[in-house]
Design a protein around this ligand. Structure first.
Ligand SMILES: NC(=O)c1ccc[n+]([C@@H]2O[C@H](COP(=O)([O-])OP(=O)(O)OC[C@H]3O[C@@H](n4cnc5c(N)ncnc54)[C@H](OP(=O)(O)O)[C@@H]3O)[C@@H](O)[C@H]2O)c1
Length: 317
């Protein structure tokens, strides 16, 4: 497995700090190549000679976009995806012998994309529009493709849930935007990894397919937070900040250095997003044995253990 990172040193250090990652690096099952999806010239060597490419890059501090520093969904999701598709096509063409075989070879890669559960052709929000455009570029690329529209993926490195839970370290309540009634089917991050492993390994079952991935439990945002607090052995009242008030504050805050908050980010965190029975059945039918972790088990698996160090997904083992 080859990982693309803007800092191979940082990425290697992160994986080397955990037993599974250390073993994968030592045994040559994992390596990193320096690159940036917004920099086309850095991509050909990343995609060279690979069976499959998984695009799951996201800019820092998403969903707070920062156009002045090119940290936007358009730049990283849409343009980054298009840049990767071009790099694959170019690399395959350069390596293939001339003629019909060249065309065949140029389109032999499998491209997998981590999209979002709220994406659709009509959804106008910047993240949904950019991801829809990325999906369209993938579907039109001529490569084998698989798209996963994923629900909220929670786990040790999930900034959104862990930020909210972090408030309970020093506040007697947990503040959140909106009414907390949005429906969610949060999925444990290890399940996302396990599914992608199968999508790549069993490509005949995943090609030209859009999957919607969520966890087995449908909860409100309030229910999600309460379950996470319970896994930590804590009880805190939830303080709902009306969305209109949060957005009016965000309209001011977006002009401060570092853009602490934007109105779009408030919309993002209050949008909800859940899978339905047919979505679950499609994955279960194609990938027997794949059974997403129950919410209580997933939350306990990481919230009950030491939260201080980086965590290594078990699918690398
Ligand atoms: N988290 C969720 O709940 C969730 C739900 C649905 C869909 N998604 C989608 O899943 C994808 C991954 O999300 P995430 O939450 O895992 O993001 P994340 O934790 O912020 O990780 C994003 C990764 O992208 C890399 N990256 C950032 N900018 C890059 C660039 N310009 N070029 C190459 N790599 C870059 C970073 O690696 P380096 O720093 O090493 O370069 C980082 O490891 C995104 O498309 C997101 O929209 C996430």
């Amino acid at each position: 497995m080859r990982g693309l990172s803007r800092s191979t040193e940082r990425a290697t250090g992160l994986f080397a700090s955990q037993e599974d990652g250390r073993r994968a690096l030592a045994e040559g099952r994992l390596s990193f190549v320096q690159g940036d999806v917004t920099s086309p010239s850095s991509l050909p060597r990343a995609v060279e000679d690979v069976q499959a490419v998984v695009q799951a890059a996201q800019f820092e501090r998403a969903p707070v976009e920062d156009p002045a520093h090119a940290l936007t969904y358009e730049r990283v999701d849409r343009d980054g995806t298009v840049n990767l598709l071009h790099a694959i096509a170019e690399t395959c063409r350069a390596q293939a012998p001339a003629g019909a075989a060249a065309r065949q070879s140029a389109f032999s890669s499998h491209f997998l994309y981590m999209s979002g559960i709220t994406v659709s052709a009509e959804a106008p929000e910047p993240w949904n529009r950019a991801k829809w455009q990325a999906e369209e570029a993938i579907r039109g690329s001529g490569l084998d493709w698989t798209i996963v529209r994923c629900c909220w993926a929670y786990g040790p490195a999930d900034k959104a849930l862990n930020r909210l839970l972090g408030y309970s370290d020093y506040l007697p309540f947990v503040p959140l935007f909106g009414p907390g009634r949005e429906l969610l089917t949060p999925v444990f991050v290890e399940d996302v990894g396990r599914l992608f492993v199968r999508l790549v390994a069993e490509a005949d079952k995943s090609r030209s397919t859009l999957f919607r991935l969520g966890g087995p439990d449908t909860v409100t945002l309030d229910g999600f937070l309460r379950a996470a607090l319970a896994a930590m052995g804590r009880r805190r009242p939830l303080l709902h900040i009306p969305k209109a008030l949060a957005k009016s504050q965000a309209r001011l805050l977006q002009h401060l250095p570092g853009r602490p908050l934007t109105p779009d980010a408030v919309d993002f965190v209050t949008q909800g997003g859940a899978v339905e029975t047919p979505d679950r059945e499609l994955i279960a039918d194609r990938f027997p044995g794949f059974s997403p972790t129950a919410l209580s088990d997933g939350l306990e698996a990481y919230l009950r253990r030491d939260r201080s160090g980086p965590h290594m997904p078990r699918y690398l083992a």
